[in-house]
Design a binder for this molecule. Structure first.
Ligand SMILES: [Zn+2]
Length: 338
């Protein structure tokens, strides 16, 4: 495939360019790539080298993204490219996010039409842009998402939310749902462990929930000793309640030792349960745990009468007990179904 010119950049002096896709604002010299590895300056122009690539496709339960309130019980065609605009030391997908294009093996030239056709062939009502952060290949996402829309297939971003206003306003009109990582509630954590900044992420979350039609769920990977202190969890829940309300689902998921944090222990299931209880006691209505076996922690309960409405076993939906998105007690549940 011919190189595809990137969106979101401006030329600078001596053939450099300024990438305006994410708040990192990389200044990229001729022949160099940005921090994400896949946006490359060639001859003073920025190219999107992730376009037309994939590290492989999977048909996953949508609960694995995780999304519990968007097309529950459905499958989703999932894929990613390589590179990332964050540098998380605890990355759970580092073999993808930290590989450069020339190291990736299973990539092949693709078209947007072929990706959508794959979703159709596998009877997936939606496509997930995931594994690495799809923000960095937003141009490819937009082109696939446009064709998916014509085929009545939904588009899902699984992202850190580290993106500029300029780019998000062009990408998200084509997106139906997003799972955004809220990795912690302190900038110290974001700065030291991810090489990015908290405020930009919070800004994206508020914008998505309050200013767009995108369905949003949050994920917080709970890392022992780094972001699991009850004071921090309290602060995070307070921020959510104050800024985006009590109905945005949040998933507290278990960390497993990986990448540059192999000596940090896995999250004890008890920590997740405690965190879930804390969040629900403070008023969040839809709180889940993930990466552990916990049917209770993965069930959707009615916040009014406490009836179990959607029962899940790992990523499998066992039962859905709703009539027109409403509990039998009359409580409306925020769920998007086909
Ligand atoms: Zn009820």
């Amino acid at each position: 495939m011919a190189p595809v010119l990137a969106k979101w950049w401006t030329p600078l002096e001596s053939n450099k360019v300024l990438c305006t896709l994410c708040p990192r604002f990389c200044k990229i010299g001729d022949g160099q790539t940005g921090f994400c590895f896949i946006r490359k300056n060639e001859g003073g122009k920025l190219y999107q080298n992730g376009y037309g690539t994939s590290t492989g496709f999977a048909v996953d339960p949508i609960e694995k993204k995780p999304l519990n309130h968007f097309f529950p019980g459905s499958t989703i065609l999932s894929f990613g490219t390589v590179g990332c605009n964050l540098g998380c030391r605890f990355c759970q997908n580092w073999n993808i996010s930290k590989s450069r294009l020339d190291e990736s093996r299973s990539m092949k030239d693709l078209t947007a039409e072929k990706v959508v056709q794959l979703a159709v062939n596998h009877k997936c009502p939606s496509i997930a842009y995931t594994y690495n952060d799809p923000t960095i290949w937003g141009e490819w996402v937009i082109d696939i998402a446009k064709i998916a829309r014509q085929a009545e297939i939904k588009n899902v971003m699984v992202t850190s939310g580290y993106i500029t206003h300029e780019a998000r306003e062009e990408i998200y009109p084509f997106i139906d749902a997003a799972n955004v990582d809220l990795k912690a509630i302190t900038d110290t954590f974001y700065h030291k462990l991810t090489f990015s900044h908290l405020l930009d992420v919070l800004d994206t979350i508020v914008w998505l929930v309050n200013e767009t039609d995108v369905w949003v769920e949050l994920t917080n990977l709970v890392i022992p000793g780094f972001n699991d202190h009850p004071d921090e969890m309290n602060k995070m829940v307070d921020w959510i309640l104050e800024n985006i309300g009590d109905e945005v689902p949040i998933h507290f998921t278990a960390f497993h030792p990986d990448f540059k944090m192999k000596s940090t222990p896995p999250t004890p299931p008890g920590t997740l349960t405690k965190t879930r209880n804390l969040a629900m006691e403070k008023g969040l209505k839809y709180v889940y745990v993930g990466n552990v076996y916990d049917v209770n922690g993965q069930t959707t309960y009615c916040p009014h009468c406490h009836k179990s409405l959607i029962v899940r076993d790992w990523h499998t939906v066992i039962s859905i007990d709703l009539i027109d998105e409403t509990c039998e007690c009359g409580q409306k549940i925020p769920i998007i179904r086909n």
